[in-house]
Design a protein around this ligand. Structure first.
Ligand code: S3P
Length: 445
């Protein structure tokens, strides 16, 4: 992601002698997006505390503003969304820009499919190469008209919303973005809408809908919402993002002098696969002060460093750690023995093809990583050595490579790190605080 000036932001860092600290991580990205979208669909003022002000969530916020939703943020950081129901949304007079955010584009498409006007949503080059038929097909089956490049596969998407009919949709992928897009359309449809997934994906939409007064039903991997319900504004509290916490948990778990304590992290069971994998690898992850706020479980997490051993991550677990596979691959490279990740073909259609990116970039640091059709084979235990690597424009690649750099001999340079602001502004500052010896700093190339 080159800035307009033609410069690229690069991190430079060295190995850390210890990793230690007490910290908080910014709010959950998935929950922050949903708080905006459901708040906009509701009637009344929804108050959100802990909202993540990252580029991805701000893309959703700005798109809703273009659609006419008013939002104000108080000095204490409480975001107020003045919901007037979906009927108050107006036809946008410009193209909506989802930036790098698949969640923005897909969930917004679900909302707009039920609005009786025309809209166009686009995004950056990465988003414009990500598959959209997975939402275009069900939303078209409900009665909306959606057009995109390559027969609806790639953005920009042009949407003519209409009166929708509820459907029973069988999704071929376990994807919370697909499920949520269909549910947001279903709330505006005639009759019930249900989505069945091959495996359960994150359930933040369903939990939050219950808080807005929608009677959501669950049966196995099927979730059902009624059409034409009126959402009632509510108060939401966004816990810290477990996907952001994972970078620090892995760094501390893999370091002999590692210990971190992270306050208020979301521990929704559809998101905590990485904590279980770290425990299987030999780390002790402790949860304290477990509680539930606004329907979402949260806890304080701590981990103490030691030696890790390789493990297997199979398809059953993948939806519960889909965003953590990059940093778990770093843990695997630092562990003794082999780690095999399979059933993870979805990684090929994330911000970049993460299977290919991980194999390519971690190998440059001396890790032994083999790319397979739907996963990775990582032989750990080899000393990493610093090198010039690239995030390839993917925020989670950038942060995972920074964690790897904490264990590498010599200097590690990570090119193209501006993307980190899409999910975790302030990451480098926090890393510098818990790994003081690493000297992470930014240069422009
Ligand atoms: C998300 C769902 C996941 C995840 C993404 C956020 C969400 O994507 O990878 O970072 O907020 O619904 P998929 O639904 O495509 O698996």
């Amino acid at each position: 992601m080159k800035a307009e000036t033609g410069t690229m932001r690069t991190w430079v860092l060295h190995a850390a002698h210890r990793i230690e600290g007490t910290m908080g991580v910014p709010g959950d990205k998935s929950i922050s997006h949903r708080s905006l979208l459901l708040g906009a669909m509701a009637h009344g003022v929804t108050e959100v505390r802990g909202f993540l002000r990252s580029q991805d969530c701000l893309a959703t916020l700005h798109a809703l503003q273009v659609l006419g939703v008013e939002m104000v943020e108080s000095a204490e950081g409480c975001l107020r969304i003045m919901g007037q129901g979906p009927a108050a949304l107006g036809e946008p007079d410009t193209i909506l820009d989802a930036g790098n955010s698949g969640t923005t584009l897909r969930l917004l498409a679900g909302l707009l499919a039920g609005r009786p006007f025309f809209s166009v949503i686009t995004g950056d080059a990465s988003l414009r190469s990500r598959p959209m038929r997975r939402v275009v097909d069900p939303l078209s089956a409900m009665g909306a008209t959606l057009l995109g490049r390559a027969a609806g596969q790639y953005p920009p998407l042009a949407i003519q919303g209409r009166e929708l009919s509820g459907i029973a949709w069988q999704s071929s992928v376990a994807s919370a973005q697909v499920k949520s897009a269909i549910l947001l359309a279903g709330l505006q449809a005639r009759g019930e809408t249900s989505v069945t997934e091959p495996m359960p994906s994150r359930d933040h939409t369903e939990r939050m809908l219950a808080g807005f007064g929608v009677p959501v039903r669950h049966q196995g991997t099927t979730v059902t919402v009624p059409g034409g319900v009126r959402l009632k504004a509510t108060t939401l509290s966004v816990p810290g993002d477990v996907s952001s916490a994972a970078f620090f948990l892995v760094a501390a778990a893999a370091h002999p002098d590692g210990e971190v304590f992270i306050r208020n992290v979301g521990v929704n069971p559809t998101r905590t696969g990485a904590l279980e994998v770290l425990e299987r690898m030999g780390a002790r992850v402790v949860r304290e002060h477990e509680r539930t706020e606004a329907g979402e479980p949260a806890a304080d997490l701590s981990v103490r460093g030691g030696s890790l051993r390789g493990t297997t991550i199979a398809s059953r677990l993948v939806p519960r750690l889909i965003d953590e596979i990059p940093v778990l691959s770093v843990a695997a490279a630092l562990a003794e023995g082999e780690t095999v990740i399979s059933g993870a073909a979805e990684l090929r259609v994330k911000e970049v093809d993460r299977l290919s990116a991980l194999a390519g970039e971690l190998s440059k640091l001396g890790a032994r990583v083999t790319e397979e059709r739907d996963g990775l084979r990582i032989l750990g235990g080899r000393r990493l050595r610093g090198a010039a690597v690239s995030s390839r424009g993917d925020h989670r690649m950038a942060m995972s490579l920074a964690v790897a750099g904490l264990f590498a001999e010599g200097e590690t340079r990570i090119q193209d790190v501006a993307c980190v602001d899409t999910s975790f502004p302030g990451f480098a500052r926090l890393l510098a605080a818990v790994a003081p010896g690493c000297g992470i700093h930014e240069v422009t190339d």
